[in-house]
Write a protein that binds this ligand. Sequence first.
Ligand SMILES: C[S@@+](CC[C@H](N)C(=O)[O-])C[C@H]1O[C@@H](n2cnc3c(N)ncnc32)[C@H](O)[C@@H]1O
Length: 352
Amino acid sequence: MSFCFNFDLPAQTTQADEEDGKGEKRAEKSSAAPPTKDETKPLEHVKEAREHFPPSDPNFDLMDAVSETVTIGTLPPLHYLNETVFEKTASEREDSESILSRTVEQRSDLISGVYEGGLKVWECTYDLLEAIEKHGETFGGKAVLDLGCGAGLLGILALKRGARQVHFQDYNSTVIEQLTMPNVMLNCQEDDADSEDDKEEKKQEEDGFKKQAQGKVEVEDGNPPIKKRATDLSQHLLLTRCQFFSGDWSTFLDLVQKTDPSPKYNIILTSETIYNTVYYPVLHDALHNLLAPDGLIYLATKSHYFGVGGGLHLFETFVADRGVFALSHLWDGEEGLQRHVVILRIKKPKET
Ligand SMILES: C[S@@+](CC[C@H](N)C(=O)[O-])C[C@H]1O[C@@H](n2cnc3c(N)ncnc32)[C@H](O)[C@@H]1O
C-alpha cells in the first residue's frame, strides 16, 4: 500500500469510544502525535476471537483480482493481492469493522485496539521468508500457526511446503476475510492450474523461478501468472488444511483451547508483532500455551518501533524475566533501522 504504514513514523492513535450497531467499537482519530503511555495501556475492550470459514464460491471475487508474486531463493512463489489495487478499492467494500475506509481516510498504519496493521505486507515478513529459506526449515507434516498473519504469506509458505495444518490468526476479521483468505485461495488456484493441464506453463514458470533464485527477493507486479478458474475452492485440499481466526491473542487462546484436541503447534511464525509492550503478557501466554514442547517460534522484528515503544530488546528482557523460552538470533540485519529474526524454543529443565 502506498500510504504511511510504517512504525518508524509516529503512530496515529485513536480512542475507541463509540459503539456501532454491531457491537464493535468505533474509533475516532485523536491525534497524529506519538502515543503517550496512557494510549498504550491495556485495552478495556478486548476483541473477541472467532473462527472464519472460506466462502463456497470464492472465485467469484477472485476472478478480477490483481495479484503480485514474491519469489525468494528456492521457496515456492507466493501470490497475494496487489496492495495498491486493494487500497484503491478498499473504501468501496463493506466490512463490519469499518477499518478499510478508516485506514484510507486516516492514512494510518495502526489504530491501537481497533486496527493492528494487517492490511499490508510488512518488511520483516520478507526477512523471515529469507531466513527460513537459508535455515532450511521443512514444514512437511507439521502443525503451523501464522500469528498476527496479515496477508498470510508465512502461513501460505508453510502450506505450500507440506504443513499438515496451518492456522492463520489476525486481530481484524476484515483482514482475515478480505486479505488472508483470498491470498490463500489465490495460491490454491495456482495449485489447481499446476495439477491439471499446465505442465508446459509450469516448466516455463520454473525456468524463470530458477533465474530468480539467484537473486534475493523478487516481487512481480501486475497480472498474475496463475490461471484462474471459476471453481469452488472451499474443498481444495490445501484449504481444508487451513483454519482462520480473528481476535485478540488472549481470546484466541481461549477459543482454540476449547477445541478437542486443542492445538499444539510445531512451528509458530510471527512477524512485526512485538511493537507494543502492552501486548507482551498476552502474546507470551499464547506462545507458551500453544507451542509444542519441541516446537520452534520464528519471530521477525525491528529493533525498535518508534512512536509505539516496543522492539526486540524489550521483548528479549520480557522473555528472559519469564524464564520459559530460550531465545537465539537467526539473522541480524545491519542496514538502517535494524531488523532481526530470532528463534524461541521452550527451555529444557536443565536450562531453567
Ligand atoms: C504490523 S502487523 C504485521 C502483519 C504481518 N505479520 C506482516 O508482517 O506483514 C501486526 C499484526 O499483529 C497482530 N496483532 C497485534 N496486536 C495484536 C493483539 N493484541 N491481539 C491479536 N493480534 C494482534 C495483528 O493481527 C496484526 O496484523
